[in-house]
Design a protein around this ligand. Structure first.
Ligand SMILES: Cc1ncc(COP(=O)(O)O)c(C=O)c1O
Length: 396
């Protein structure tokens, strides 16, 4: 038994990180790591970005918290930046991805029940999706492992397989309110959604009067080489959600929606004490402004091309690698067996990566990653996987 006073809800890596800057992290022994996980798609501008740090320190001297019953200029500014750079018209700020998705589920139900005057409440989501760990969002999640021991689950969710439009159409009924999906199933193994499939999903939503909700908690804020992943497709969602990269490491979530959803979230409809505090909003505004100023999203798209190209070249022909897939800087190396040992060895050699399901090594470098850092990372990955393939062929 551990002598920790914490619930042991995380199978933690045996590394204690104490400091970070840019793409580098240091542990409590002074060992340096190249960070290709970014706190799981959070530190998209690298660790402790100067401009965001300055905005945070400046706000710390002014005001930390006030009730959402007062107007909050920082919140207005952060919302304006998001609205001006997306298809959304309004933003609700909260504190995490799960909360943002809860808000999305709630606004979908309330839109139908209060604005459209019908009794639609069901949300269709996809198998292998991940939408969070609150009761509603784990029910929305298309993976059984997050649901074990939490029965009874809330009503109102159905799941269908990705890329099966007939199954999706068959699941729609007179109670369906919305379809909710990620555009790269990240926790599910880094599986990008096809362009034609998303177009058909949008068409089904329009035909049946349903809302399209896109969970951009992991794909948003430049991660896929566009500010928001839906911008890769010529499709706009009615609602989308953000968290992770929006606060550079400060805990923030957001639910964004189009004009027609505004009457669904009126005074008293939804609230949270800590949503959009002056501090969090100073960080969000500085994060977005820095991303725009540094052309971080364009740089991520360019870095992605280089990283994917290098991976494809250096891992070509390895019998233990099946595929390199993903979008932007959300990349998965699909191994033909468990990836855990390779990941542990990469950590050992100073490269931090993370799994996505049992067989996928997930790479999530920050958006400003350099070619030199990519060369180092790909070199380490290629050596570890080549050595593993050789060891396996000897033991056969
Ligand atoms: C796509 C997606 N949605 C929702 C969540 C939940 O976000 P949070 O952990 O901030 O509640 C995650 C977290 O990994 C995610 O990847």
């Amino acid at each position: 038994m551990s002598d920790s006073a914490l619930f042991q809800t995380y199978a933690r890596f045996p590394i204690t990180l104490v400091k970070g800057k840019g793409s580098r992290l240091w542990d409590d022994q002074g060992k340096e790591y190249l960070d290709f996980m970014s706190g799981l798609a959070v530190t998209n501008l690298g660790h402790v970005p100067d401009a965001v740090k300055e905005a945070l320190i400046d706000q710390l001297d002014r005001l930390w918290h006030m009730s959402n019953l007062f107007s909050n200029p920082n919140q207005e500014k952060a919302a304006r930046l998001l609205v001006d750079n997306s298809c959304a018209d309004a933003v609700f700020f909260c504190n995490s991805g799960a909360e943002a998705n809860e808000a999305a589920i709630k606004i979908a139900r309330r839109y139908h029940q209060k604005v459209k005057g019908n009794d639609r409440y069901e949300i269709i989501t996809l198998f292998q999706s991940f939408h969070g760990r609150t009761l509603a969002t784990l029910t929305a999640t298309g993976q059984d492992k997050v649901k074990e021991g939490f029965l009874p689950l809330p009503e109102g969710f159905r799941h269908v397989p990705l890329h099966d439009i007939a199954a999706l159409e068959a699941a729609i009924n007179d109670k369906t309110a919305a379809i909710m999906l990620e555009l790269v199933q990240a926790e599910g193994g880094v599986i990008p959604v096809d362009r034609d499939y998303l177009r058909e999903v949008r068409a089904l939503c329009d035909r049946h009067g349903l809302l399209l909700i896109v969970d951009e908690v992991q794909t948003g804020m430049g991660r896929t080489g566009k500010l928001f992943a839906y911008q890769h497709y010529d499709v706009e969602p009615d609602v989308f959600t953000l968290a992770k990269g929006i606060g550079s490491g400060f805990p923030v979530g957001a639910m964004l929606a189009k004009e027609h959803l505004k009457p669904a979230f009126v005074a008293g409809a939804h609230a949270t004490t800590f949503g959009g505090t002056p501090i969090a909003m100073a960080v969000v505004a500085a994060t977005i402004e820095t991303m725009l100023k540094e052309k971080a999203v364009e740089r991520a798209a360019e870095a992605s091309e280089y990283l994917i190209g290098q991976l494809q070249e250096k891992l070509a022909g390895l019998p233990n690698v099946d595929q390199v897939r993903g979008k932007g800087l959300l990349i998965g190396i699909l191994c033909n067996g468990p990836a855990g040992e390779a990941i542990a060895e990469l950590h050992n050699r100073g490269l931090l990566v993370v799994p996505a399901g049992p067989n996928v090594i997930r790479l999530l470098p920050n958006l400003l990653v350099t070619h030199e850092e990519i060369d180092t990372a790909v070199g380490l990955i290629a050596s570890v996987l080549t050595e593993q393939a050789a060891a396996k062929s000897v033991s056969l």
